[in-house]
Design a binder for this molecule. Structure first.
Ligand SMILES: [Mg+2]
Ligand SMILES: [Zn+2]
Length: 192
């Protein structure tokens, strides 16, 4: 079973410029996000969320708030037919210099250790910022930038340290790309 890594804010839920999603009341699924999740899940992908939530360390919201958001996000996704395999957060502030804050690949490596069966070169990381793409590249995943969050145009990626392999309007299109890529790889395998 292949694993897909997803950032949360700007991919699954609305990105809030200069702010954090502090409570469930502030969490909004992006249009098409639940459909995109459902497409991946129904195609047998294991879905893992990898998200920086430094607001915890900064005291802007509590771990309890974050756990509540996670629980309710999982519940709503489940109602729509998707079960997350795991949700991993880095709750540290940048100055704590931890190993898990993206662009570092610590949380991806943790997922690999804890979930097993992950070959990074076969996986995708879907994110809305340069640091998501960097984290994916650092771990060795394929990367998809979605334009449903912080980054609004593909042109913005021109100066990035790591460039995405694919660009999609949102999670639904990213899911289509992943499914198409993997089925064409399978076809290539057959014709050999
Ligand atoms: Mg994001
Ligand atoms: Zn961290």
């Amino acid at each position: 079973m292949k694993t897909i890594f997803l950032d949360r804010d700007g991919v699954i839920s609305q990105f809030t410029p200069n702010d954090y999603v502090k409570t469930w009341n502030e969490f909004r699924f992006l249009p098409g996000a639940l459909r995109g999740l459902g497409m991946l899940f129904s195609h047998g992908y294991r879905i893992v969320v990898i998200s920086n939530q430094a607001g915890v360390s900064k005291g802007i919201f509590s771990m309890e708030n974050l756990n509540d958001i996670t629980l309710k996000m999982e519940r709503e996704a489940e109602k729509a037919g998707t079960v997350f395999a795991a949700v991993y957060y880095c709750i540290h502030a940048p100055e704590e210099n931890c190993e898990c804050r993206k662009p570092r690949p610590g949380l991806l490596q943790r997922a690999k250790r804890e979930l097993g069966g992950i070959i990074f070169g076969e996986t995708f990381f879907v994110g809305d910022t340069d640091i998501d793409i960097e984290a994916g590249k650092a771990a060795g995943t394929k990367t998809i930038l979605v334009l449903s969050g912080k980054t609004r145009t593909a042109e913005e990626t021109l100066g990035w340290k790591a460039r995405p392999d694919f660009v999609a309007s949102g999670l639904e299109e990213a899911a289509e790309i992943i499914i198409r890529q993997d089925s064409s790889e399978k076809d290539e395998g057959k014709s050999k």
